[in-house]
Design a protein around this ligand. Structure first.
Ligand code: ZN
Length: 213
């Protein structure tokens, strides 16, 4: 892991939970985040969330009047499952086996439905790229460091298929990019470096210091 990545870890959020990376990084695999994540992955199994890469790699189709009925069915399932997973923050159609450009994300204490999304503009320049520490319900029990844009302007249709434009920053922007990747067949393992924990125990301060050097 490069030094610059390590230096940035503590400043970002975890996509497994809503804690800052610092808390999550320190406590992962032995604390709330870990327990919640494990619990989440167990629940994900109950909902048959897809882990098969050959399914997850398929590029998704735009929603049109022709597949709108299927889109509505998919949206209902995404919302239901995401609201049942306390510590998950997003879920995309291909994770349920729908080859559609739809995802849901937790936003402003609600679930935002995103259909046919387009990233219009990267607002912050490249030097503001952030390292986001992310897990994925389709890649159980693994975490990756992923490079993300910190501020993006996007366009999408809401659950009533009305076009919206929004600007997302920081954690919301990371979630959006993670889910946007899903509908393009991209997974966090493609552009993230896996975080490997030597054991299940809490990383103590001394080890953390070493990591930061
Ligand atoms: Zn994911």
């Amino acid at each position: 892991m490069s030094e610059s990545l390590i230096a940035n870890i503590n400043n970002n959020h975890c996509c497994c939970c809503d804690k800052s990376n610092k808390n999550c990084y320190n406590d992962h695999h032995s604390c709330n985040c870990s327990e919640s994540s494990k619990h989440c992955y167990e629940k994900a199994k109950e909902f048959n969330i897809i882990t098969d890469e050959s399914v997850l790699r398929k590029k998704c189709e735009n929603i049109t009047s022709e597949n709108q009925k299927l889109a509505i069915e998919c949206i209902d399932k995404l919302k239901h499952i995401l609201s049942s997973l306390d510590h998950a923050v997003g879920l995309a159609a291909p994770q349920l086996g729908y080859n559609l450009k739809i995802f849901c994300m937790k936003y402003n204490n609600d679930i935002l439905v995103v259909v046919n999304p387009v990233i219009l503009k990267i607002i912050k320049p490249t030097k503001y790229l952030a390292t986001s520490y992310e897990g994925c319900l389709s890649i159980p029990n693994k975490s990756y460091i992923t490079i993300r844009h910190t501020k993006i302007q996007v366009r999408f249709q809401d659950e009533n298929f009305k076009w919206q434009e929004k600007t997302f920053k920081n954690f919301d922007a990371y979630i959006f990019q993670h889910e946007y990747d899903h509908i393009n067949g991209v997974l966090i393992k493609d552009h993230g470096e896996e975080i490997v924990f030597e054991n299940e125990n809490k990383i103590d301060t001394k080890e953390e210091k070493n990591l930061e050097q």
